[in-house]
Design a binder for this molecule. Sequence first.
Ligand code: NAX
Length: 326
Amino acid sequence: MKAPVRVAVTGAAGQIGYSLLFRVAAGDMLGKDQPVILQLLEITPALEALRGVVMELEDCAFPLLAGITTSDKAEEAFKDADYALLVGARPRGPGMERKDLLEANAAIFSAQGKALNDVASRNVRVLVVGNPANTNALIAQRNAPDLDPRCFTAMTRLDHNRALAQLANKAGCHSNDIKKMTIWGNHSATQYPDISNALVNGKSAADLVDEAWLVDDFIPTVQQRGAAIIKARGQSSAASAASAAIDHMRTWALGTEDGDWTSMGIPSDGSYGIEEGLIYSFPVTVKDGKYEIVQGLEISEFSRERMTVTEQELKEERDGVSHLLP
Ligand code: NAX
């Protein structure tokens, strides 16, 4: 058996946490031969609820669960963390403007970035799930000057999986039969789910569908899927978000399959003309624990317009919190 790794999870008593922790402890994220120590962070008022979650984790008697700690201090929860899933965030309250939401979260993610900088493993892999995920990841990264900026990523895997599901329904296949789906940009309604390079059982997906379906159905359905789930369920997506977080980390640790790629919000290196430094979702391959942007894809005018809209939104989000960025 391997030595245990430390997995920090913030917002651990929340809805996503409740789906996520049990699957991480069961070995779904890092493999059935990788023991884990869970280091759970919550705000003080939620520690009692978290105590209940810990009791349930204990009651599962997971063979791979090598320890659990809980804390309301980021410096404790992130100590020596190999993986950090930043799920906890301030939800939008009544009457709260987008700007207020950005600022409230900027305060949380700057403090957590500093704590990661001070105490986490130097190779920590950070996934930001809490919204606005891309900009929160940017804030945490900029507050962690001693860590490699590439340690910080934002989750667009749920959007990626949603796009696979929509295309699979349309093509009458399983999502396993689809390769090379791409989400560009922000985890928000401006994201651009792009099937230009997608293959369905080895054939071009774009040839299987018409443009009207793409423009009027596929793209808006994927962009608005979160809102549709809130409308139907009365709560935001939780189990699917947890599953996507597990997929994101598993791919980062264990790699993408030959002939396929995934989507991750990562620091732009200027590829495809996207402003360097923004946390932007790109198609990536992962090998030996390192992600690389897929290069050389042809970008149509249709795609370019949409990639620019979501880039513009990310610039505006960044400019809205620039006074809080070191
Ligand atoms: P919940 O409100 O159920 O849980 C959030 C938890 O975070 C709460 O228990 C709260 O006490 C805790 N928390 C708040 N501030 C904290 C802090 N400073 N430190 C530690 N914990 C803190 O929300 P949930 O449904 O679990 O969603 C969590 C976040 O994920 C939200 O921001 C949500 O918008 C975001 N999502 C992101 C998605 C993505 O694809 N990137 C999709 C799903 C989800 O909507």
